[in-house]
Design a protein around this ligand. Structure first.
Ligand code: PLP
Length: 411
């Protein structure tokens, strides 16, 4: 069944891994892109070409290979900046992943600007990556943390949010798309209200940037964190977008080569942004792969990808809800991206995921690094299917058939 105008079968040919048999005769149905996305051949080839043809360290070399590698690395930054519509490529810092991007803000901007009694406002639907850095800061600096509650139907309670803004938080840090509920939060409104209250904003874009059109200038967000590996790129690289004014005012995160202008035995002058935040040899091949990934996604179009995922998710939710004993957490499909986290009777999600795997269906089970959110829903774990541009309704059908098999086995 065709779910949208774009040719998903054609897209699938870009991803060799999707032809993989998990065991003899059992084709992979990969429904775990929220954890990490599969990589199109163009990304792997771009990284391969780097290593085979122009591998060299960047910025310091005069020779041809060093110049080619530097150009490729900085081109990748330009591509990532254009992908999120940053005003300037210098506003994109390459990090290891979303987690490191958030920690970079916590260890630089926050430690420079937050002191005892200051408030950081988070939400109850945050991934641990957007909780722990603030908990560590709170313990160290006596900074207070408050949380925008999540409603029964998996949305942020904006009424309470407005009230909490009355406490004058210094920072509002929240996810643009929950990795469990799939909820797409009203980021434009949240950011506008935060700015009106005088707060700086950080968006965890780990799930939004891979799946939705994200425009940092339209959002007017101060910081945006995301990971390449969730958007068809390699592991080992992510990005932090920050407004130039903020990045320039922040101290370096780590010290070492490349992040300096001049060094003396007892002092140094930091480099300009973005290099100030990129100490040591960076993930060069991965940056090249990241650039190829955003080229690939941009060619297809983020709106097209979003629509395809919406169609698949709508279908998956309809089919899951047909099954007696299934409880899907999160809002209706019009308010969420391609995530379906569910419980099934009293069966442990790990058992569900393990049995689904015997049918080649890869889903994730556990708390998905959002333990407080699961607690909020009175559960310890869910099974989570998640969808991307290469998924099909046939794969959803295979998951549904396998869930029925799980029920039979536990009946
Ligand atoms: N935030 C959200 C919403 C996520 O889904 C994830 C990963 O699943 C992260 C942050 C952390 O991403 P990474 O492990 O790439 O740093």
């Amino acid at each position: 069944m065709a779910v949208s105008a774009f040719d998903v079968q054609r897209i699938r040919t870009d991803f060799p891994i999707l032809n993989r048999e998990v065991r003899p005769g059992i084709l992979l149905a990969y429904l775990d892109s929220t954890a990490t996305a599969q990589k199109p051949a163009v990304v792997v080839e771009a990284m391969d070409a780097f290593y085979q043809k122009y591998n060299a360290n960047i910025h310091r070399g005069i020779h041809t290979l060093a110049e080619e590698a530097t150009t490729a690395y900085e081109d990748a930054r330009q591509k990532v900046a254009a992908f999120i519509n940053a005003a300037n490529a210098a506003e994109v810092i390459f990090t290891r992943n979303t987690t490191e991007s958030i920690n970079l803000v916590a260890y630089t901007w926050a430690r420079q600007n937050l002191n005892s009694g200051d408030l950081v406002l988070l939400t109850e639907m945050e991934h641990h990556s957007n909780l722990i850095p603030w908990q560590i800061l709170a313990a160290e600096r006596d900074v207070r943390l408050e949380f925008v509650p999540v409603t029964e139907d998996g949305l942020l309670d904006l009424g309470v949010y407005r009230q909490l803004l009355g406490l004058s938080p210094k920072l509002v840090s929240f996810t643009q798309m929950s990795n469990v509920l799939g909820t797409v939060t009203p980021a434009v409104e949240i950011i506008r209200l935060a700015h009106d209250a005088g707060a700086v904003t950080l968006v965890d874009g780990a799930q939004s940037v891979p799946h939705l059109p994200v425009d940092v200038q339209a959002l007017d967000v101060d910081f945006l964190a995301f990971s390449a590996h969730k958007m068809c790129g390699p592991t080992g690289i992510g990005a932090l977008y920050g407004k130039r004014r903020l990045l320039e005012s922040m101290p370096p995160f780590m010290g070492g080569g490349d992040m300096i202008k001049t060094v003396h035995l007892r002092s140094f002058v930091p480099n300009a942004i973005p290099h100030k935040f990129e100490a040591g040899t960076p993930a060069i091949a991965q940056a090249v792969g990241f650039g190829a990934a955003v080229d690939y996604l941009a060619r297809i179009g983020m709106q097209t990808i979003k629509e395809h995922e919406h169609a698949i998710t709508t279908y998956a939710l309809e089919r899951l809800e047909e099954i007696p004993g299934v409880r899907v957490i999160g809002p209706s499909c019009d308010l969420k991206g391609g995530v379906a986290a569910f419980t099934l009777d009293e069966i442990h999600p790990h058992d569900v995921a393990q049995i689904l795997d015997t049918y080649g269906v890869a889903v994730r089970a556990g708390h998905h690094c959002a333990q407080p959110l699961h607690e909020k829903f009175g559960i310890t774990a869910t099974s989570r299917a998640s969808f991307y541009l290469y998924n099909t309704t046939e794969e959803v059908d295979r998951m549904i058939d396998a869930v029925y098999k799980v029920k039979e086995m536990f009946a």
